[in-house]
Design a protein around this ligand. Structure first.
Ligand code: FES
Length: 314
């Protein structure tokens, strides 16, 4: 489907690093409907594509007149978040129709657990659950209140359904105690990799079935300056060097090898492939600990190698 041509009609500064962007269709027509948890992908002037969750405080998901997203400028001030923050009101933008890799089951009670800018899809989820009259609680943790977007709006919207946690006042949040209250509810987690990994392993350890654990990673894949280069061999025998700062997907695409991928941050599972030889260095949030330990599949958009060469079924 071709992208939607739109215009930025409002930019609101929410914290020092987070701004909200309201966009409308350039032709003024209503935009495609979506459901809580959906995101749109912006084509940015720097050539990058970035996904941002759609925010709705009023559960008006059908043919809305605008979309609202919030974007946190990354700490190193580079990349797509910087390009978004350089946009101004009136700028033309191009974005995809909504996609949803983080669907909400409004028929079941829920705990919504958000870390930092991971709050954005949870706002739409909370408004959908409120509209349905479904039982839920909303736990929102961040470094400090000043760093967290929408805390006042959420207080007003959610009352005693909301629990705010500020690391600077109370230390790192105790996720064991959050998940101990899960009962038969579904757990939705959106935030940084560490929060998702910890919440998943606590929930899995407590015997919560995987169908009741839902998560979306909310941080861009980061290259680590200490990453080592490694080699990838594919089925036709070709071998490619994957340098530090580049992913397997990027190198294979540059060499015209067809690969499937979507999120490029390690949480959708679309790029998963079989590992025939070598030891992957898993950096996704898709695989369980036992799947990681087995090492026979990997997400090639983020994961790297602990061995000098990987042989992949591609
Ligand atoms: S593209 Fe989504 S996990 Fe790799």
């Amino acid at each position: 489907m071709s992208n939607i041509q739109g215009t930025i009609v409002e930019i609101t500064s929410l914290t020092e690093r987070i701004s909200a962007f309201r966009v409308r269709a350039a032709d003024g027509n209503p935009l495609p409907s979506y459901a809580a948890g959906a995101h749109i992908e912006f084509d940015l002037p720097n050539g990058e594509t970035r996904a941002y969750s759609l925010i709705s405080f009023d559960a008006k998901f059908d043919t809305p007149g605008h979309y609202l997203v919030a974007v946190q400028r990354e700490a190193d001030g580079s990349g797509g978040s910087k390009a978004m923050h350089e946009l101004t009101v009136g700028t033309s933008v191009s974005f995809s129709a909504p996609k949803n890799d983080f669907p909400l089951n409004t028929s079941a009670p829920a705990i919504l657990l958000a870390g930092g800018i991971g709050v954005t899809p949870m706002i739409s989820m909370a408004s959908a659950l409120l509209a349905k009259g479904q039982e839920f609680s909303f736990v929102f943790a961040g470094r400090s209140e000043a760093d967290m977007a929408y805390t006042s709006d959420l207080r007003e919207m959610l009352g005693d359904k909301l629990r705010l946690h500020f690391d600077d006042k109370s230390g790192i949040i105790d996720l064991e105690s959050v998940i101990a209250n899960l009962g038969a509810a579904h757990l939705y987690v959106c935030g940084p990799r560490k929060m998702i990994d910890t919440a998943r392993s606590i929930a899995e350890g407590a015997g919560v079935p995987s169908e009741r654990i839902h998560f979306e990673l909310f941080e861009a894949a980061k290259s680590d300056s200490s990453d080592a280069a490694f080699e990838v061999q594919i089925n036709d025998g070709s071998v490619f060097e994957i340098p530090a700062g580049k992913t397997i997907v990027e190198v294979l695409e540059e060499n015209d090898v067809d690969v499937m991928y979507d999120c490029q941050r390690g949480d959708c599972g679309i790029c998963q492939c079989d590992v025939l030889e070598g030891i992957p260095d898993h950096r996704d949030v898709v695989l369980s600990q036992s799947e990681r330990d087995a090492g026979d599949v990997m997400q090639i958009c983020v994961s790297r190698a602990k061995s000098p060469r990987l042989v992949l079924d591609i």
